[in-house]
Design a protein around this ligand. Structure first.
Ligand SMILES: [Mn+2]
Length: 391
């Protein structure tokens, strides 16, 4: 069977801004190039926000509908609930889409309108000319609960099928697992799977894991650049083709994705005007592209006096999306990391709540916050009570 894997499309990212169409354009290309597949797997974070704007849902539904133009070559052991014929799309929801149980997340909405087949700790078996492919999906959960949720889900490989486990989590050893929270590790993966697909990580990677047999673990990456760090700059955006009979995986680069450039300069005591001159020299070398590239300029070292990265952004704003990442030692120091990543009050609140709750019980702080935000303290209290009485 031919399977196409398209992850982390992040519909709605930068919506209303100059790059607002990027997520749709990139995903549209991926779906159009997947029409020869028998099955499309979507490992989460298809939407950038858990409550997308109507316009975003509308445009996303157009992209998901592209799959309906293909041919239906497979049967399934469950009613797929899709509104048309065509290539079935099977999705899990990711961390960006997750909402409390009693609320509808956008993947559930898209499943209810017949655009997708949604898997939340369950499996669907597809069959084509006697060949079976079982897709087991565990939708995204807070990292520290992932090992337990996977254990409870306890997916069992289907006999005689090519078994795929689809998740959307950080995995220890493969990604930044930077605090002392517990993360999913390779040891937690169940035996007997032919392939594990993990969304969440925004750059492509093909790894192997050993559990019984040596098997592939694929991180398809996102179809759109959301962080301008070095690893994202170096790896192209795309999607993955899988041939289950040949057990072959192929990364397919997107033509519509913006180029990402990473420029690093080191300085030692020069003035800002000298640094600026050097930066301009580098930036002018970046060729013209049909779509303005994303450029990350990293300046390392020491300088005298004021630093003004905004000046550079202004100079190049018609040619590129410039992000200046400076660790210059000066009074005007700007923070490391993407400057678009300001402290998010939501994240901050979640952290505070998480620290305060500090419980072994599964209390999902973002769900709790969301219920409180909806103005339903009784419901929040009820949720906490239920968790406390769980064994
Ligand atoms: Mn993501």
């Amino acid at each position: 069977m031919k399977v196409s894997i398209i992850s982390d499309t992040h519909f709605g990212y930068k919506w209303g801004e100059e790059r607002g169409e990027d997520t749709f354009e990139n995903a549209k290309e991926a779906f159009e190039r997947s029409l020869d597949a028998d099955l499309i797997i979507l490992p989460g974070d298809l939407f950038d926000k858990k409550i997308p704007k109507q316009e975003v849902l509308d445009k996303a539904s157009d992209v998901f509908s592209i799959a309906m133009e293909g041919e239906r070559n497979v049967n399934s052991d469950k009613e797929l609930g899709l509104h048309g014929e065509g290539v079935p799309s099977v999705a899990i929801h990711g961390t960006h889409e997750r909402r409390p149980r009693s609320y509808t997340n956008p993947i559930e909405l898209m499943a209810n309108t017949g655009h997708l087949h949604h898997l939340d700790n369950e499996a669907t078996v597809f069959e084509k000319n006697g060949e079976k492919v079982a897709v087991h999906g565990m939708s995204g959960v807070p990292e520290r609960y992932a090992p337990q949720v996977l254990e409870n889900f306890n997916p069992e490989p289907v006999d005689g099928a090519f078994n795929i486990l689809v998740i959307h989590q950080s995995i220890e050893g493969f990604v930044y697992t930077d605090d002392d929270h517990e993360y999913l590790s390779l040891e937690d993966f169940p035996e007997g799977f032919d392939l594990i697909i993990n969304g969440h990580i925004h750059w492509y990677n093909l790894e192997r894991f050993q559990k019984g047999e040596d098997k592939p673990l694929i991180l398809p990456g996102s179809t759109v650049t959301t962080q301008m760090n070095k690893v994202e700059a170096e790896k192209p955006k795309g999607f993955v083709g899988l041939d289950t009979e040949k057990e072959e995986l192929e990364f397919k680069e997107l033509n519509s994705a913006r180029d990402v450039e990473y420029v690093e300069i080191e300085v030692d005591g020069e003035s800002w005007s000298e640094i600026k001159e050097e930066a301009v020299e580098h930036l002018e070398k970046i060729g013209k592209a049909e779509k303005k590239p994303l450029v990350n300029l990293k300046i390392k070292g020491k300088t005298e006096g004021r630093v003004n990265p905004r000046e550079l952004k202004q100079m190049f704003r018609d040619q590129m999306f410039l992000n200046v990442n400076s660790s210059l030692d000066s009074k005007e120091d700007i923070k490391e990391n993407d400057i678009s990543e300001k402290v998010d009050p939501w994240q901050k609140g979640k952290q505070m709540l998480s620290d305060a709750v500090d419980s072994e019980k599964e209390v999902d702080e973002s769900q709790l916050l969301e219920i409180l935000q909806e103005g339903e303290p009784e419901k929040a209290e009820q949720m906490l009570k239920e968790r406390m009485s769980d064994d």
